[in-house]
Design a protein around this ligand. Structure first.
Ligand SMILES: NC(=O)c1ccc[n+]([C@@H]2O[C@H](COP(=O)([O-])OP(=O)(O)OC[C@H]3O[C@@H](n4cnc5c(N)ncnc54)[C@H](OP(=O)(O)O)[C@@H]3O)[C@@H](O)[C@H]2O)c1
Length: 330
């Protein structure tokens, strides 16, 4: 049988994440190609495409979305532009992979998810980790009762942002630690607990620009379940995470963007710890893109759609923002 035609992507924004992860992942995943990059203009997009040896058109954002042969749009823009452009792509009938966080507050996410419910094509928020083999293994071990009942997710996401012109320092573009990296532990807890928190205690520190430099806190999910998270933009990279149950724990050095050097260990009280080799050198969007291609090309059933996954995370982020603003008003 003939191979189905590749999924044709438009990318909005000559973004670092497009160059550093989406593109190598697309090349690793196969089954898709970039046909147009949407850009505000300037030299950056053309220079990036030349460096990456990618031959495709450059248009403005509207032109990229409106390109007839495009099947799917990857929105790699600053956080404040996600809802506007993911919405425009959905309205044009395209499948959409939109960068996290999907919106800058709960009402934005609700608006986009409502649009996605009536859209002809699916919407995913670009959390790649639920598609990784180690996340699937963690889910399998937890649902199989290996660590007893999951009670606590302890999760960090820190990395240093050095350039002063990075979008993460911009309050106007909704930068800051929580939106950039704190959303990962919160999304992880939302997926694993499948509940919305009922209480939040948060501590945040501000960067000179006014965005949060670090945000850490405690979210309670009822029944003795909680997330303890810590996120920031000024420390050495640290993504260590423990999923703690009543009988044992899973310890992951990076549940979010695992590389070949990362480790995954099951620890059960009274037994020696057991490490498993689940990681590869594959760029971390590859399993997500393979899944999207399978849905769009082969009619596979979609998983982790924004209509199912994004609201609980946006609700938890709203709890954190409210608790942080209460704390700063004291
Ligand atoms: N899922 C993940 O693993 C992951 C990892 C990193 C980042 N992200 C997300 O991806 C998004 C982009 O992050 P990034 O670090 O790749 O950003 P970046 O390198 O700064 O790229 C953002 C792009 O947005 C466009 N843009 C439009 N208006 C802009 C403005 N006012 N200022 C700056 N750029 C503007 C620019 O492209 P043009 O000039 O070509 O239009 C720019 O290249 C963010 O939402 C971030 O949270 C996700």
């Amino acid at each position: 049988m003939a191979e189905p035609a590749p999924v044709r992507w438009a990318v909005l924004g000559a973004a670092n994440i497009f160059r550093a992860n989406f593109l190598p992942s697309l090349r690793a995943a196969g089954g898709g190609e970039v046909v147009v990059v949407g850009s505000r203009g300037g030299r950056r997009a053309a220079e990036m495409l030349a460096r990456e040896e990618l031959q495709c058109r450059i248009a403005d954002y509207e032109g990229a979305i409106g390109t007839e042969e495009v099947d799917a749009v990857y929105v790699a823009l600053p956080n404040t532009l996600h809802v506007e452009w993911a919405g425009a792509a959905l309205r044009a009938g395209k499948a959409v992979l939109c960068e996290k966080p999907l919106g800058v507050d709960l009402s934005e996410v609700e608006e986009l998810v409502e649009l996605a419910h009536g859209a002809r094509a699916p919407l995913w928020e670009a959390f790649a980790f639920p598609f990784h083999s180690q996340y699937l293994r963690a889910e399998e071990l937890i649902s199989g009762g290996e660590i007893g009942e999951l009670r606590e997710v302890v999760s960090h996401f820190h990395f240093p942002v050095r350039r002063p012109d990075n979008i993460r320092w911009s309050p106007e573009l909704a930068g800051g630690a929580l939106n950039d990296v704190g959303c990962y532990p919160i999304h992880l807890a939302a997926l694993l607990f499948r509940r919305v928190p009922g209480r939040a205690l948060v501590s945040a520190t501000a960067a000179p620009s006014g965005v949060d430099l670090e945000t850490c806190g405690l979210l309670e999910y009822g029944g003795g379940s909680r997330l303890l998270f810590s996120s920031g933009l000024s420390r050495a990279r640290d993504t260590t995470t423990r999923l703690v149950g009543t009988e044992g724990s899973l310890e992951l050095t990076d549940p979010f963007h695992p590389g070949a050097h990362d480790t995954f260990e099951l620890r059960v009280a009274g037994r020696p710890g057991k490490r498993e080799r689940l990681m590869s050198d594959e760029p971390t969007f590859a399993p997500l893109l393979r899944h999207i291609h399978a849905v769009l090309r082969d009619g596979a059933g979609p998983r982790h759609l924004a209509i199912n996954d994004s609201i609980p995370t946006a609700q938890a982020l709203e709890w954190v923002r409210a608790a942080a603003s209460r704390e700063s008003g004291r």
